[in-house]
Design a protein around this ligand. Structure first.
Ligand SMILES: Nc1ncnc2c1ncn2[C@@H]1O[C@H](COP(=O)(O)OP(=O)(O)OP(=O)(O)O)[C@@H](O)[C@H]1O
Length: 886
């Protein structure tokens, strides 16, 4: 059985056959395209190599001329990944390819001679040599004395032809563009001038030397070459470090129309670019490296310009990118790089294997350039470029002056022939260029108009935004001022609240005084305290006013039954009382910094309580809440205050008391002294449930519920009770005033508290007697007296206020007439009495309804919340101390 045939699916690739050279392009097509010549320099002399190995080793070539217009580039073996797969690239389409053995004359005849002919015919042209370093650019352009290059040969050709045209002369300029730091500059090689600058495509300050003969011209070029910047690198012993440009300009000698037509100011430009360098190859460092960067950058920009031109020619809709702006060389050669002037390129390459990368890069880069067409050549380019420069300068000047108006632009652009307006004669040949220039001007002016309108609209929008920002800032400022005003109002309201709260505490005392005619129990003590306060602070209008008010009250209320307190807290207790006590402690006005809740049972009372200990003095202002439940529990608890039946049943007394209270409140409204309030002593008022219900409706209630409500533990000392019985008649008001003055001093100056503390302790007890018990015996109510007390440090917190046995014994109904009994007896009368007072309170101390309502709502909450409000109030009062009294 025969075996199946073996099929090789992937036969090994053989080397590609050499590409067939393309047919030489016709002259007609070639004439319209950018000419690109390729010159392959000969391999370096083998004798240069130092080592014998290198000298004997045959030099491999990677680039060979494959035809008149093409070359074959073969990848060296050393750079092949697979040595078996050799690869050769074909580059075709060159105007001509000069083999290494080509002479300078061969190159000149094909490359330079056509340019010279065109130049002599009045057309500008450019020959530009480019290639890697050491590829023979300089050799091709300048040559040597024995082997002159294209420039000397061109000069010889030009001057050899002048014999036929004696009316023309030529000027030669030579300059170089070299790197300066990270920038670049122009150096005139024919003079020592340093102030030459590049403007548009014109170099200002560049010296032009008129040349009469080729010999003079060559000498001039030689002198310039000597000044050119060169340096030795690993790739070239005399490497050019700059772009050297030589211009030959034809000048008219005779004003002959015919001659002028044939000898327009054509310029023949020859540029020898510095060769692109690879750092690894040249080993450049420092300045050489900067030069390499400059050289490579210029070559790259030049290539970009030609690529952009090609892309633009392929797609007319694609705008021509302005790469020429990125280097001086391309700026100077703008007309050539934008296709308005004819340019010829000669690529110099090295054929060695070592030069494969440089050669490959150059061929890949420059191959597309051969597709560039010249469809709109500018034969009178100098004239047009001069016009463009003039227009550009005019535009720049107008922009600088800010007087660039579109009308002017249109006036210029609207004219078909700018040159005519400028007095320049434009030939029919130049008319297309003038039209092009005019259309360009219209486009520029249109863009200018658009940008101007856009800038105006943007400016308007910005102004509107600015206006809005200003309005917003004003609104913010007004709101800030409004907030400040509101804050001030809040502070004033807080102060007013504080005053009202204190006045509410004082009010029952006054009322009780009026009702009970208890002039001695409360009035005297208050009078003594007030008088002392007045002495302590003569300038205090508050004290004076309060003093006066209460003096009047006490004087007028000397008759009538004296109200009494029944501190029947026999169980020590204290905690049976649910009556909430408002404690207001003003950190500024009270010297005490410590507020301790005291358990007391007061129906409606006010107790300034000074607890003096080693640390501080507590002045606890206790205002009994009028809440029904609490008051009820207070009364029922047995530990509360038993109010004696008020004796103010007399209508005259009632009305009189109301008038007095009204007078007092009117005075107090304007100026109330918290100190006085703190020192004032109020008598608890027992109320019935109906009374409490009514009191809930008055403003005072709202005020009182704004403050902290706590249970208070009454303190009492035996001395207090004893003082009521025995010492009260003997204690003079002056003594109590003196003692109270000391207290007042303590309150006013907390810093002096400690030194005075010990002294005060002794007087405190006496003051307690005065506050609670100093009353004439005939006026002291059987139920007790005023109970505001100052307890000493030993007894202030521990000993509850309780009537002593003696004190209780003096009371006719001390056991039977307890709090509840007295409350029941006086419920209705108290209601009648309190009603007008409540009305007055509403009238005098009306607070905003919202405030009252809010406080009522808050009052409906738990007592814990009330405590929180109290703390808030205390903090608020501390944060916003009342104004200084005048
Ligand atoms: N066609 C040639 N025939 C003989 N010698 C040549 C040829 N081309 C170049 N050389 C020699 O090669 C050397 C380097 O040439 P050249 O300085 O012109 O290179 P280059 O391209 O100008 O280098 P660079 O860009 O660094 O200035 C010179 O000594 C020059 O004489």
């Amino acid at each position: 059985m025969a075996s199946p045939p073996t099929i090789r699916r992937n036969p090994p690739r053989s080397a590609r056959p050499p590409p067939t050279p393309l047919p030489k392009p016709s002259l007609g097509l070639d004439g319209d395209r950018l000419k690109v010549f390729l010159r392959i320099r000969p391999l370096p002399d083998r004798g240069r190599f130092k080592s014998k190995a290198q000298a004997t080793k045959p030099k491999q070539q990677c680039l060979v001329a494959n035809g008149a217009n093409s070359v074959a580039l073969t990848v060296p073996h050393s750079k092949l990944a697979d040595p078996k797969r050799a690869r050769t690239e074909l580059f075709d389409g060159f105007s001509a390819v000069f083999s290494p053995d080509s002479s300078q004359h061969d190159v000149f005849s094909q490359v330079m001679n056509p340019l010279v002919d065109e130049f002599l015919g009045g057309k500008s042209g450019l020959l530009l040599a480019m290639g890697p370093t050491g590829s023979g650019k300089t050799h091709t352009v300048f040559g040597s004395a024995r082997n002159p290059g294209l420039l000397p040969l061109a000069l010889r050709r030009i001057f050899s032809s002048t014999d036929d045209h004696p009316a023309r002369s030529f000027c030669l300029s030579m300059f170089e563009i070299l790197s300066e730091g990270k920038g670049e500059r122009i150096l005139d090689l024919l003079s020592d001038a340093t102030d030459i600058v590049l403007q548009q495509s014109t170099i200002k300050g560049l010296k032009e030397v008129s040349i009469e003969t080729s010999t003079d011209a060559e000498s001039l070029v030689l002198s310039g070459m000597l000044k050119r910047t060169t340096a030795a690198t690993n790739a070239n012993s005399k490497s050019s470090r700059s772009q050297c440009i030589i211009t030959i300009r034809a000048v008219r000698k005779i004003n002959d129309v015919e001659i002028e037509k044939s000898l327009s100011d054509a310029v023949l430009t020859i540029a020898d670019l510095a060769g692109a360098e690879r750092e690894r190859r040249t080993g450049n460092q420092g300045t050489r490296l900067l030069e390499s960067n400059f050289i490579n950058n210029t070559s790259m920009v030049f290539g970009l310009c030609l690529r952009a031109l090609l892309e633009h020619q392929k797609n007319k809709k694609k705008p021509l990118e302005k790469h020429f702006k990125n280097s001086m060389l391309t700026r100077y050669l703008r007309d050539y790089l934008e296709g308005r002037k004819k340019m010829t390129l000669i690529l110099n390459v090295k054929p060695g294997d070592d030069d494969y990368l440089d050669t490959s890069f150059l061929l890949r880069q420059a191959s597309p350039y051969m597709k560039i067409k010249y469809t709109n050549l500018d034969d009178s380019s100098d004239l047009v470029s001069q016009k463009r420069s003039n227009v550009s300068l005019i535009c720049q000047e107008n922009k600088k002056k800010g007087k660039f108006h579109k009308t002017e632009v249109f006036a210029v652009a609207g004219k078909d022939d700018v040159a005519k307006d400028d007095g320049i004669k434009v030939s029919e040949k130049d008319e297309p260029q003038c039209k092009l220039l005019n259309s360009e001007l219209r486009r520029v002016s249109r863009n200018e108009e658009i940008m101007t309108n856009f800038a105006r609209a943007l400016w308007t929008v910005l102004k509107q935004y600015k206006q809005k920002i200003l309005e917003s800032e004003n609104a913010v400022e007004s709101m800030r001022k409004l907030l400040i005003c509101k804050d001030i109002e809040i502070v004033e309201l807080e102060k007013k609240l504080k005053v009202l709260s204190c006045s509410c505490k004082k009010f029952p005392s006054v009322e009780d005084s009026v009702e009970q005619d208890d002039a001695v129990s409360s009035g005297q003590v208050a009078q003594s305290f007030i008088s002392q306060s007045s002495q302590t602070d003569p300038g205090s209008s508050d004290s004076a006013l309060n003093n006066h008010s209460l003096e009047e009250v006490s004087e007028e209320t000397c008759h009538g039954p004296e109200r009494s307190y029944d501190y029947s807290d026999k169980t020590g207790g204290s905690d049976v009382c649910d009556t909430s006590v408002v404690k207001l402690i003003d950190g500024e006005e009270l010297s005490s910094r410590d507020c301790k809740p005291e358990k007391a049972c007061v129906s409606f009372g006010f107790f300034p309580q000074h607890n003096v200990d080693n640390e501080n003095i507590e002045l606890t202002v206790q205002v009994v809440d009028k809440e029904l439940d609490r008051s009820e529990s207070c009364s029922d608890g047995g530990g509360g205050v038993a109010h004696s039946p008020s004796g103010l049943d007399d209508p005259f007394d009632q009305s009189f008391a109301e008038r007095r209270v009204l007078t007092y409140l009117q005075k107090e409204r304007t100026n109330l002294s918290p100190e006085f309030i703190g020192a004032n002593k109020k008598s608890p008022i027992e109320q019935s449930e109906e009374e409490r219900e009514e009191l809930h409706n008055i403003t005072v209630e709202g005020i009182q519920h704004n403050v902290d409500i706590r249970g208070v533990k009454h303190h009492s000392t035996p001395s207090c009770s004893q003082g009521v019985n025995s010492e009260a008649p003997n204690v003079s008001s002056s003594q109590s005033s003196l003692q109270l003055q000391r207290m007042d001093a303590l309150q006013q100056d907390p810093q002096d508290l400690d030194p005075q503390l010990e002294r005060c302790n002794a007087t405190v007890e006496t003051t307690i007697v005065e506050y609670g018990c100093v009353q004439p015996s005939d006026l002291v109510d059987i139920h007790g007296g005023m109970s505001p007390h100052l307890s000493g440090k030993s007894s202030a917190k521990k000993a509850p206020i309780a009537p002593s046995k003696d004190c209780q014994a003096e009371r006719p109904t001390d056991k039977t007439e307890d709090l509840s009994a007295s409350k029941d007896c006086n419920r209705k009368n108290t209601r009648r009495r309190l009603r007008p007072v409540s009305t007055m309170m509403i009238k005098e101390f009306t607070v905003p309804d919202t405030f009252v309502d809010t406080k009522r709502e808050e009052r409906a909450k738990s007592s814990g919340a009330a405590i929180g409000r109290s703390d808030k109030l205390i903090r608020l009062l501390k944060a916003h101390p009342p104004r200084e009294r005048v």
